[in-house]
Design a protein around this ligand. Sequence first.
Ligand code: OOG
Ligand code: NI
Length: 482
Amino acid sequence: MPITEQWELRAEFARRLSHLYGKEVPAYTSLLAVSQAVNDTVLSALGADAERLGSTTRVTAERHGAIRVGTPQEMAQVARVFAAMGMYPVGFYDLREAASSSVPVVSTAFRPVDPEELARNPFRVFTSMLVPSDRRFFSADLQRRLENFLGRRRLFTAELLVLADRAAEYGGLNSGDAEMFLTLATAALELSTEAVDRAWYRELEQVSSVAADIGGVTSTHINHLTPRVLDIDDLYTRMQGRGIEMIDTIQGPPRWAGPDLLLRQTSFRALAEPRVFREPDGSIEKGSLRVRFGEVEARGIAATVRGREVYDRLTVETEQAVREAAAAAPVSARERNTIAAGLWNRHVPATEHGLALHDLAYFTYTVDTGRQPNGHTPPRSLPDLIDQGWVRPEPIVYEDFLPKSAAGIFQSNLTSDGHKDTTQSTTDIDAAWMEGVLGRPLHDQYDLYDGIRRESLADVAGRLGIRGPVEEPKNIATQGVK
Ligand code: OOG
Ligand code: NI
């Protein structure tokens, strides 16, 4: 019987979710249409250059999703469902720390980790998990009631989990099982029509609207699906032109003179969606909730640890400069970008060559046969190989997320700041704890990018007859998320 491979399950799942979300949130369909128009414009203007950070087929199909769950058990089940589709946890994001308002979750992202798999379909899902034990947000009493509520619900059917494990074990499913798996997995993320307990939802909302969205209902749902665009500034203007209310800024690096780095994201504000409520007197009433929104992103080159430090430092300096300017007069999004771009243009090399040479971003390398200095022995260090023109860099796309941007996306869509008591100490929840919950390795993004670079350098060494490994810059030791 023909087998549906894991990547095919992943690609089909992404397609079905996109279809489902388009039915549930019609503004998402407009976002897709505008994204497509932006990408078409860039492709016709730049031609092959537009594909430097991913083929047109990849970028057109590319989405990330976001979901939120309540308990370690639910998180472990999510990991099984995604493993079926070749998506594995990468990175630990602590939004409790990154957000100034009340976002009581920790997160990871499930995604393919091999370059071939990413090229087939890069679908990834940012997955957040509530932390009811964190006293900054929840009292002991509320924690107990929340955990009871969450402990009684089932997000995934037993049949779905059996099929998921089978797909992971055999590298795919036969077509009957594949259809059933996809149907059940998609249905698990559909918005429920079940009545929401108004009093319970409201009580959680006092703490955080994210807590209410997760723990106030008996199922989970897609929070957003995010297409990728090649020019996010153009997209932002076009969406505003259509009268869609966007959040104030584009999160992440500014538009500047150099190549796209890391990740730039923006979103339109959460829309009121009809929901059904059970009122305290037992009656059923129609109402609405505002939790789901539309996000869009532009992906750039993955930054090394050193590049990331530069990004973080320039972000702090931008904030400071914006605060100073704001003391005199309000700072528009455009002025903010001008301030940030000024700093970037001053402190960051504006070419791929410069970024590679200073070890600020990740590239794979190919031997530049045209420019090989004749009769010379190739140097062993990567910066020398780059500088002397022995090798040519090809960018590695950033496949992950940014905690500050994620916090910004969460925050800009909250209905209120909620309540966070910063005098309470935090619970000891970190990457190692998350790995235990997941019951499988939690990948470090820097390890993965290092691995891809190292493999290409092994190939370079072979072709140039360099004995032993090419010497990479010293400080790429993985001091990443773990
Ligand atoms: C997740 C927010 C983070 C991103 O793209 O950074 C995120 C959520 O709202 O559940 O999706
Ligand atoms: Ni997102």
